[in-house]
Design a protein around this ligand. Structure first.
Ligand code: ASP
Length: 299
């Protein structure tokens, strides 16, 4: 079973994914390992990654599977080999699941349509990052309980954020309202909808919110100039210590990372009691184990 995007998933679909992740989290590791030992997963990362790559690697190892790890910089892509030919090679040497990250929107689907193996999208350009959306949803349900009627503010460079797109799909499917907010050029109006509100200022976005997800400016995904002055960005759009102090006591803070500390988020907030950032990272492994388990179940 592929996992290419969260957009269009029903509430039952998203709940099914969270249930699968919880089952792995609370399950017997030895049983899972017996199921997957000797299976091969290939990690095809054509774009930089720290967390997602380690997390998939830890997830595959947790299942007892073998990992074929590919790094674009050290491969024949530098000699002009196409992504499809590289993927075909990995399938030929036994990979049954491909985990794919690329700068191009739709790259994982392109491979899924052409190869007879399951593909998991680990982030495609500005489009989606479905395992991130699921780990965000799992972390929020852990922290807040059911998300019906809850308000989640997502603040920063929404335009270039695949994280925001996947989170939007998962969180609205679970009944949350999402407030989006960021500098005007980084806030696409097309995302607004019945459960998605565009907020003009960060103060408006975070007022009374149950959760705040901060995003960095993703300069590498932007075509033009983004923001020139860190100070101006901080003044307008950062979750500073002072702003975080205005949040209700129960409100939690997320960040997909990498963080630009001192730009979109202050250290004391990132490392403080509201922060669920390390929970996101821990939950990422459970979600990815569930995604690999499901991918194999259907191949
Ligand atoms: N790590 C996330 C991503 O791959 C968020 C980011 O890069 O800012 O999209």
């Amino acid at each position: 079973m592929n996992l290419l995007e969260l957009r269009g998933l029903s509430r039952a679909d998203v709940e099914g994914w969270l249930e699968a992740a919880r089952a792995v989290r609370g399950g017997d590791p030895a049983t899972l390992r017996r199921k997957h030992v000797g299976r091969r997963v290939a990690l095809l990362f054509f774009e930089a990654s720290t967390r997602t790559r380690f997390s998939f690697e830890a997830a595959a190892q947790g299942l007892g599977a073998d990992v074929l790890a590919f790094s674009a910089a050290a491969s024949s892509t530098t000699k002009g080999e196409s992504m499809l030919d590289t993927a075909r090679l990995l399938v030929a040497v036994g990979a049954e699941v491909l985990v794919v990250r690329d700068t191009a929107v739709g790259a994982p689907r392109h491979l899924a349509d052409r190869l007879g193996v399951a593909v998991i999208n680990a982030g495609d350009g500005t489009h989606e990052h479905p395992t991130q959306g699921l780990l965000d949803a799992l972390t929020l349900v852990d922290a807040l309980g059911p998300l019906d009627g809850k308000v989640v503010a997502i603040v920063g460079d929404i335009r270039h954020s695949r994280v925001a797109r996947s989170a939007l799909a998962a969180l609205t499917a679970l009944g949350a309202t999402v407030r989006l907010c960021g500098p005007a050029p980084l806030l696409p109006a097309g995302l607004a909808g019945s459960k998605v509100v565009l907020a003009a200022t960060i103060d408006e976005a975070i007022a009374g919110a149950d959760a705040v997800m901060m995003l960095r400016i993703q300069r590498e995904r932007a075509s033009g100039p983004t923001f020139s002055s860190v100070e101006a960005y901080r003044r307008g759009w950062a979750l500073t210590e002072a702003r975080a102090a205005t949040l209700p006591p129960h409100t939690v803070v997320l960040h997909p990372a990498p963080m630009n500390r001192g730009v979109e988020i202050d250290d004391v907030v990132a490392d403080g009691p509201r922060s669920r950032i390390l929970d996101q990272q821990r939950n990422g492994v459970w979600v990815r184990m569930a995604a690999l388990d499901r991918a194999w179940r259907a191949t």
